[in-house]
Design a protein around this ligand. Structure first.
Ligand code: UDP
Length: 237
């Protein structure tokens, strides 16, 4: 690490963050979040893993009778659609971008090449990772943890809709639930807190990768988290 190295973050955006409705993605919602990311990318190196739950979740499709592997590939293709939507709005907002896909589709995205992704980041480009890990039975949370480790990110930022951090209990059903500002992976494990899925959690815990779980709203939160302001819940080793 050189002394003047910029902060490098891995942002995980769920499919939910892309809005819903008849278009699959809500252009107004994506445009607003792209503007925040584009602004923050002037000072911070930003790589993004996008989810695809607004289109398909493999586990849900398989419960309705589809083969799990095929359903998961549909889920991964959904993440690529989100990646392209985000790329478009980021470029409209003035950011330089690259999409890298874990499933080859060279007309629309570069293949996932970690060293090349790092080079893009050094040049100030926002890098969007689509198609998850390219493997069924994985989640994009897990991919966020893995990509963060592989490209040497300083932190994984997990953006949430409808919740602003990790709570002692489910705030929707328990009035006594309070938000936790800082916790270790070990404490979260002992207290049985659900932060991200268990594979993503253990990858970060085992490799001492800090994670910030924060809410997408109000406007400005995303840029704040990217810059490193103390919002949401910091989970560290
Ligand atoms: N998926 C997969 N392998 C991966 C990443 C994703 O099979 O490496 C599939 C899986 O079916 C998942 C879907 O893609 O349900 C969408 O991803 P995810 O559920 O993580 O999206 P999010 O909940 O963040 O919107």
């Amino acid at each position: 690490m050189t002394e003047n190295r910029r902060r490098r973050v891995l942002l995980k955006l769920s499919g939910e963050a892309f809005g819903a409705g008849s278009l699959g993605v809500n252009p107004d919602v994506v445009s607003a979040l792209a503007k925040e990311i584009a602004e923050a990318s002037k000072d911070v190196e930003i790589a993004i893993v996008v989810g695809g739950g607004n289109f398909f979740r493999g586990a849900e499709l398989s419960q309705r009778g589809m083969d799990r592997g095929r359903a998961d590939y549909m889920g991964m293709l959904g993440t690529v659609m989100n990646a392209l939507a985000l790329q478009d709005f980021l470029e409209q907002a003035g950011a330089a971008t690259r999409v890298q896909s874990a499933i080859s589709m060279t007309q629309v995205a570069e293949p996932y090449i970690p060293r090349r992704a790092e080079r893009h980041l050094e040049k100030g480009r926002v890098v969007i990772f689509g198609a998850g890990a390219g493997l069924p039975y994985f989640s994009t949370d897990t991919v966020a943890a893995q990509r963060a480790l592989e490209i040497g990110a300083d932190v994984v930022l997990v953006a949430k809709n409808g919740v602003d951090g990790v709570y002692t209990a489910d705030p929707k059903t328990d009035d006594t639930a309070t938000m936790i500002h800082e916790i270790t992976y070990q404490e979260a494990l002992v207290q049985g807190l659900k932060v991200v899925d268990s594979t993503a959690f253990s990858l970060c815990m085992d490799n001492r990768m800090p994670m910030v779980v924060f809410g997408m709203s109000p406007a400005g939160n995303l840029a704040s988290a990217i810059r490193g302001d103390r919002i949401g819940t910091l989970v560290s080793a």
